[in-house]
Design a protein around this ligand. Structure first.
Ligand code: DMJ
Length: 559
């Protein structure tokens, strides 16, 4: 299979016209490039290693009293069948959306209607789903969606969108659709949207404003939080704009995206841990809340993913520093079960730990594993440059994934809540509790995302089993009677759980995609050494050769 980047990146002077068309995509035939003999060899190797690891794992699990049922350990499991079940769930969700809300940005599957967020559709659900359909081989659905994008999607509207969400979902969705299909129409739409979004970066510091008007291209500070932007939002548009810069030859996209990290670095935060708000005029952090949950999460994710995408060492350095910070300052263990979790700091780096963890933090299991191995299988990575710190990061990733799985397994529905509070009191027997207000489930992807990454890197079947259990719970409690599809839930602690009447676009773009890839026996699909998933699970190629590189270096004095 070839995921290599084309050598002839268009020159800057010709870039306006040529770049859109000449920089050929290279992932669109990604299922065709491996010989069947090669596949067979790989499959046999895979099965043998999986068996070996399975035996080791069972010995290990029985040794520590972590029970797997006999059913799981003895029954032959058909992963292709399980993968088909995920594909069916996608089809069912899509059919409902198509019937009751086609073209709309939001879908209410219980009341069976949809609505747009602005005066015209943004393609919120359709664009976010394109690459999943391509990956699942849903060609008919992909074609229909493609035609909708070509004919109906027009981003010229006098409407303010959230800079981050529109970049990761719409720009990311269009770019990955281009990457996987080679259809230039997607790149044209992405280029048009990227240009409109770029006005968000016209602040005094270069930190993007929270919103931007798609017609005027003018950025708008947040209406709340004293105009501050969320750190994660400002720092999670870089993969998208760097890939766009690479494809179009427009260096300004690269420069404005990386400027954000230069500004963040100039704040010289201790231990690499950043507060969750940053002021776009001053370029200074605001407030003292530090967390890997909402508004903090993907800052850390994009440090390592930028390094994987472009090999720029500055991001690895910042990532390593941040991971040391997480290990030193944020880790804690629940009572009595000693579940490892990443706590929050509400009063700055020297304040007390809060035992709250958002489900959003569950991306960290995959991030730590990916960061340690750079996408190589663990056994291979260990033979390359491998330090005790990488080993520790990897093991921590595994522990976080296990905790996240327990956040599902220990609720009455088998589905995780949005937020949990871990227990630190020795007189309490539950490892965590869920407040009623936090008990909803939005069909989020972070846990299955980590399970997918860990499966690819270890081939330990437990990650697939956990993923299957989670999928079964989604099937049981979020699938609707009739033809409307799947929905979010209001309370995972009640059986049957009260429903929420909303299907999030990331159910299609992330949760089902990661589950589908987790159950895929073909390891050559989107390998983690060749592809980097943006935070909305849109795959982009690793840019092995690109004409752009880091234009800044880190602030020296970090005392
Ligand atoms: C997605 O939009 C992205 O994964 C983002 O980084 C976090 N929140 C949602 C999914 O939970």
């Amino acid at each position: 299979m070839s995921f290599s980047v084309p050598r002839n990146v268009p020159s800057l002077d010709k870039r306006a016209q040529d770049a859109l068309y000449k920089d050929k995509p290279f992932g669109h035939n990604y299922r065709q490039g491996v010989s069947s003999a090669g596949k067979q060899r790989r499959r046999t190797g895979l099965i043998l290693s999986a068996l070996f690891i399975a035996v080791l794992y069972f010995v290990y699990q029985f040794g520590r009293g972590h029970k797997l049922s006999t059913k799981e350990s003895s029954e032959a499991v058909s992963w292709p069948e399980r993968q088909d079940a995920v594909r069916d769930a996608f089809k069912r969700s899509w059919t409902g959306y198509k019937k009751y809300a086609w073209g709309m940005d939001e879908y209410k599957p219980i009341s069976k209607w949809g609505r747009n967020m602005g005066p015209k559709p943004l393609g919120w659900i359709i664009v976010d789903s394109l690459d999943t359909m391509k990956i699942m081989g849903l060609d008919h659905e992909f074609k229909e969606a493609r035609n909708w994008v070509a004919k109906e999607l027009d981003y010229d509207m006098d409407y303010e969108v959230n800079t981050f969400e529109t970049s990761i979902r719409m720009l990311g969705g269009l770019l990955s659709a281009y990457y996987l299909s080679g259809d230039k129409m997607f790149l044209e739409k992405a280029t048009d949207l990227g240009e409109r979004l770029s006005g968000a970066f016209d602040s005094k510091s270069g930190i993007p404003y929270a919103s931007v008007n798609l017609h005027t291209g003018r950025g708008k500070p947040s209406h709340t939080d004293q105009g501050a932007s969320s750190t994660a939002e400002a720092a999670t548009v870089q993969l998208e704009f760097k890939y766009l810069a690479h494809l179009t030859g427009k260096e300004e996209y690269w420069t404005m995206a990386e400027r954000v990290f230069e500004v963040i670095d100039s704040n010289k935060v201790p231990h690499g841990l950043v507060p969750i708000y940053i002021n776009p005029e001053l370029g200074r952090f605001q407030g003292s809340i530090i967390r890997l949950g909402s508004r903090g999460d993907s800052y850390y994710e994009y440090l390592i993913k930028q390094y994987i995408q472009t090999g720029e060492p500055v991001y690895k350095e910042m990532y390593d520093e941040a991971v040391e910070g997480i290990k030193d300052r944020l880790l804690d263990y629940s009572v009595p079960g000693k579940l490892t979790y990443i706590a929050e700091l509400n009063h700055g780096i020297n304040g007390p730990l809060s035992p709250k963890m958002d489900h959003l933090v569950c991306f960290a299991g995959g991030m730590l594993a990916l960061g340690a191995t750079r996408g190589h299988e663990l056994s291979k990575a260990r033979k390359m440059q491998w330090t005790t710190s990488q080993e520790a990061d990897f093991q921590l990733g595994r522990e976080i994934a296990r905790t996240c799985y327990e956040m599902y397994a220990r609720t009455p529905t088998g589905l995780a809540a949005e937020i949990v509070f871990f227990n630190t009191d020795k007189d309490v027997s539950e490892d965590f509790r869920i407040k009623t207000f936090d008990a909803h489930n939005l069909q989020r992807p972070e846990t299955v995302e980590s399970l997918f990454v860990l499966w690819r890197l270890t081939h330990n079947p437990i990650y697939r089993e956990w993923g299957w259990k989670i999928f079964e719970a989604f099937e049981k409690y979020t699938k609707l009677e009739g033809d409307a599809g799947y929905t979010s839930l209001d309370n995972v602690k009640e059986v049957p759980p009260p429903k929420r009447d909303n299907m999030e676009s990331f159910w299609l773009s992330e949760t089902l995609k990661y589950l589908y890839l987790l159950f895929d026996d073909d390891e050559d699909v989107l390998p983690l050494t060749e592809v980097v998933f943006n935070t909305e699970a849109h795959p982009f190629p690793v840019l092995k050769e690109t004409k752009f590189s880091t234009g800044w270096s880190r602030a020296n004095d970090r005392s």
